[in-house]
Design a protein around this ligand. Structure first.
Ligand code: NAD
Length: 310
């Protein structure tokens, strides 16, 4: 698997990154022992980037990942987040950044984070993010607890506003570069390249929309998007092709991202997703899928404070 430079951070990340939110049970019950084996299996197959957050499973995903990485920490790039602690629980204050990082270091059984990301900035005041949260992360960076800092969120407008007004190393965007939404390209690709900011694209399966099994019940997508993705899955089933495999292959081919984060919690998923990197697909099927998805291309959903989406 290829490794790419993550902007100017000096870090290199595998083309496919391991998203650990499923390890917290965010997509349904998981077998923790299998989750631990999935992480080790991914490392053995060349995955070097792992992303987690205190929010995922309300600290459970960090606990599981920390256990799985014991003895392997030096070989991987690890990101976690600050600021989001529950569905409606946010704290972007400097004091909470400091305590959050210390707590995450404990759960992840390490003395440093490679990347610390402010989680879902659209739920906070972007002024506070720039004036207080990012400076607190910069302090952690100076103290050697963190190597690179950045932001994550759904509305591309919010990510763009931070890029334009603060000095950050990485941006994590999710659900904006996959078969049914490529809006990341026009919104950020050129700007991050110019500024040499590392671009992490997450959720290539659109958080389950682009799978044969479909999304979890909590998925926030509008019905039109859910129904159209279901039609895409039906076409794939008729053609004997797995929609997730095809969707993953489409997403990882993006030349402007450093890494694509897919959520996984079993060795079978790791194998399916890593095998997808070398698979080829019938271009006609891809064309038909794009036609089916065209009416909902770029369709998203509200997230956070309305003023942060404009
Ligand atoms: P995703 O699009 O990667 O989908 C994950 C879902 O697909 C899970 O249910 C997983 O079990 C399933 N899956 C994985 N491989 C599969 C396969 N081959 N076939 C069928 N199903 C498969 O969505 P995600 O997990 O939300 O995103 C990936 C990661 O990116 C997260 O785990 C997280 O680390 C990160 N992320 C961050 C933010 C943020 O910072 N705001 C938001 C979204 C995601």
């Amino acid at each position: 698997m290829y490794a790419h430079a993550l902007g100017r951070t000096g870090l290199a990340v595998s083309q496919l990154g391991f998203g650990a939110s499923p390890l917290g049970g965010e997509f349904g019950a998981i077998d923790e022992a299998e989750g631990l084996r999935a992480v080790k299996h991914a490392i053995n197959r060349g995955v070097t980037y792992f992303d987690v957050a205190p929010y995922y499973g309300r600290t459970r995903a960090e606990e599981v990942l920390g256990r799985a990485l014991e003895g392997q920490r030096d070989g991987v790039v690890l990101s976690t987040k600050v600021g989001r602690y529950g569905p409606r629980e946010f704290d972007f204050s400097a004091a909470r950044v400091e305590s959050s990082i210390n707590e995450s270091l404990g759960r992840l059984r390490t003395d440093r984070l490679d990347i610390a990301i402010i989680h879902d900035i659209e739920f906070g005041s972007l002024i506070q993010i720039v004036d207080e949260t990012l400076p607190a992360l910069a302090t952690a960076k100076k103290a050697g607890k963190v190597r690179a800092i950045g932001v994550s969120g759904l509305p591309l407008a919010a990510l763009r506003r931070i890029i334009e007004s603060a000095d950050i190393d990485v941006v994590l965007s999710y659900c904006h570069y996959h078969l049914a939404d490529t809006t990341l390209v026009d919104a950020l690709a050129e700007t991050v390249a110019e500024l040499n900011i590392g671009l992490i694209s997450a959720s290539p399966l659109a958080m389950g929309l682009l799978t044969q099994a479909g999304p979890p019940a909590w998925h926030p997508a509008p019905d039109a998007l859910k129904q159209t993705c279901r039609k895409a899955a039906e076409l794939c089933a008729r053609s004997g092709v797995d929609l997730a495999t095809l969707a993953l292959r489409f997403a990882v081919d993006a030349p402007f991202v450093s890494t694509t984060l897919v959520g996984m919690s079993s060795r079978a998923e790791v194998d399916r997703n890593l095998d997808a990197l070398t698979q080829t697909f019938d271009p006609q099927l891809l064309e038909k899928l794009k036609q089916i998805l065209a009416p909902v291309q770029g369709l998203t959903w509200p997230s956070g404070l309305p003023e942060n989406s404009a």
